[in-house]
Design a protein around this ligand. Structure first.
Ligand code: LMR
Length: 394
């Protein structure tokens, strides 16, 4: 029967990494997948992570299964990190440790479909391409709302609000908690308040994808929007990934936070989340979650980790500025200063499919076909080559 199958298309992001790895061009540069690279172009293990791992290796006494919801200490620490010290909110929250943000989203999707009987989710246009796959695989239809104004290179806030007001009552609304992927454009605090108000008015169920906490303006600043949504009166699910902000990509580490109207409702709803986990992967792997729990629970390691996140953030902001300046110095007429106003790893550069193709074929520079570039792939050393190539293809 397998003979009848044709090739599935390559993944628009991870398929690009495969192509990059196969490319023999010694000058190749990867601005595709959302992975942080340091000033020397490496993706190192955080020092705080290494220290936590050493401690775990010494102290780990069993490889027995974790609970369906993972390590209790991880779940507690993650809630504190994302939701803050608001105890009223913490009292009506439940959290599960999941194998990466994608599993958090998939568990949420199954829970939404099976337990909450939800049939439709609304995602931003544009969004992370895998949102479509994950929710459709769970049998949930995906609709879109306008988000990014490609001409003005800014948030299409009015159009977005108009679309949100038209979403049928009770549907699910997915938002990116910070560092929107792929545009890098986030709502400001006042805009988050307006989004929260419309969500409450439409009685929407909120699904927050939070994959870049701390990589925009700061850990607290980046959590402000999510916390406002949690206060809106809506039920909320948050997929909080630790791939980027702990550099734990291959350890598949994330938390799925559920916030209900009160503690009892949260417990009841969470029992269905656990059923979805059991049917998907039974219970999560331990390592990544143990690392995160160790770091967040130890004041010294936590400080060291916060400093490492601040360094990443600072380097990406520096690269954004340098990219804009270098393009100008190369005589590029187009204004790229919008990059300075964007947050996190990504920018929707405005490069067309033809530009993307030419960059890859002629210069070995890989960006996502949509024109998304990962500024964390830029360094002082490769900046000149990147900007020279862009100046040539424009
Ligand atoms: C990305 O958007 O590049 C990352 O989130 C990696 C992925 O899994 O797509």
């Amino acid at each position: 029967m397998f003979e009848s199958l044709t090739m599935a298309p390559p993944d628009p992001i991870l398929g690009l990494t495969d192509a990059f790895n196969e490319d023999t061009n010694p000058k190749k540069i990867n601005l595709g997948v959302g992975v942080y690279q340091d000033a020397s172009g490496k993706t190192p293990v955080f020092t705080s992570v290494k220290k936590a791992e050493e401690r775990l290796w010494r102290n780990e006494g069993t490889k027995n299964y974790l609970a369906i919801s993972g390590l209790a200490e991880f779940d507690k620490q993650v809630q504190g990190l994302v939701l803050g010290s608001d105890t009223a909110l913490l009292a009506r929250a439940q959290t599960a440790q999941t194998p990466g943000g994608t599993a958090a989203l998939r568990v949420a999707a199954d829970f939404l479909k099976v337990a909450c009987k939800k049939n439709k989710i609304w995602i931003s246009n544009p969004s992370w391409p895998n949102h479509n796959n994950v929710f459709q695989a769970a049998g949930i239809e995906v609709g879109t709302y306008p988000y990014y104004d490609i001409t003005e290179k800014t948030l299409a806030f009015d159009a977005m609000m108009e679309a949100l007001r038209a979403i049928p009552e009770g549907d699910v609304l997915l938002v990116h908690g910070c560092c929107h992927n792929p545009s890098g454009m986030d709502p400001d605090v006042d805009q988050w308040k307006q989004i929260a108000a419309v969500a409450a008015e439409r009685k929407l169920l909120l699904m927050v994808d939070l994959a870049y906490l701390g990589l925009g303006r700061g850990l607290e600043e980046d959590a402000a929007g999510v916390r406002l949504l949690c206060q809106s009166g809506c039920d909320v699910l948050i997929a909080a990934s630790f791939s980027k902000n702990f550099g734990l990509y291959r350890e598949r580490t994330a938390g799925l936070i559920l916030i209900a109207q009160d503690a009892d409702a949260a417990k009841r709803a969470f029992s269905h989340v656990k059923q979805s986990i059991r049917a998907n992967y039974s219970n999560p792997p331990s390592h990544g979650g143990s690392v995160v729990a160790t770091i967040l629970g130890d004041p010294e390691l936590r400080q060291e980790w916060e400093n490492e996140v601040a360094d990443m953030r600072g380097r990406m902001q520096e690269m954004r500025q340098m990219f804009v300046d270098t393009l100008k110095a190369k005589g590029v007429q187009q204004d790229f200063s919008f990059l300075i106003r964007q947050n996190g790893m990504f920018s929707f550069s405005g490069l067309t499919k033809d530009h993307v193709k030419a960059l890859r074929e002629k210069y070995g520079i890989y960006t996502v076909a949509s024109g998304r570039i990962n500024v964390a792939g830029m360094t002082r050393n490769n900046m000149d080559a990147i900007c020279q190539a862009i100046a040539k293809v424009l």
